[in-house]
Design a protein around this ligand. Sequence first.
Ligand code: KIV
Length: 295
Amino acid sequence: MAESPTDKITIPVLLARKTVGPRIVCLTAYDHPTAKILDESGVDLILVGDSLGMVVLGYENTVPVTMDEMIHHTRAVTRAVKRALVVGDMPYFSFHLSADETVRNASRFLKEGGAAAVKIEGASKKRLKLVEAMVEAEIPVMGHVGLTPQSIHHLGRFRVRGTAVEGALRIIEGAKDLERAGAFAVVLESVPNEVGAEVTDSVSIPTIGIGAGPACDGQVLVLHDMLGFAAGYQPRFVRKYADIHGVISGAVQAYAADVRDGRFPDDATSYHLKPEVAVDLASRQGPAPKRRARR
Ligand code: KIV
């Protein structure tokens, strides 16, 4: 049956998009009001990414983000979302010790966070076993290959991956392995367009690209990057659709000037006593005290 624009997005709906389209629209969100706007705007997939650490919590990278922080923000997002599928991102060290601990942590995204799936970085042999264990526990899993930001200390800096044949093959094989392990989709981050296209043709699950070219079955961006929240450096793959930094800064400066110059609050933003109550109050107060001189 054809998908209608109001249909709840489920994993079968996303899988069908691979063949019948349209492309999957994914953005990150970390709080209730923005998740509500994204959902009402027709975003299909909302990722509560561990990018939370960098764009909201002020960490230098994603490594310090904890499970409790992720669950807290996932709950805020899922309380707002009616249509989109919400995916919670497994933070660093939530899946590094054992399969049991990985499944327990992943289950928290579903049971406490209200998410429908989790995302996990990497496609090593050990990682694939974890994906199998989560899928076996009825936890839908999205993979993530190419640039995996949790490996920052290994990589030294964030840069495009798979630019030489060996690296490109590793990414293509990694995506295929994730599909075999039961992942329902795979994020491809910072890889050449040709690698994005090759992976997309090689797997029957949707590919969600971020700096992976137009051939992917869907696209994701970090919301704060595409809205222009931060004034500094942005990766090449970001397109800025708004200047929220400028909007907020302009509004705050206008507010500050109004407060300092006494233009806010005005009559329209104030409460008043009824005239008879004001007279009665004044009569019971005795002579009015001298008003403090305004600076
Ligand atoms: O944490 C995140 O926001 C992500 C996206 C960049 C895919 O993993």
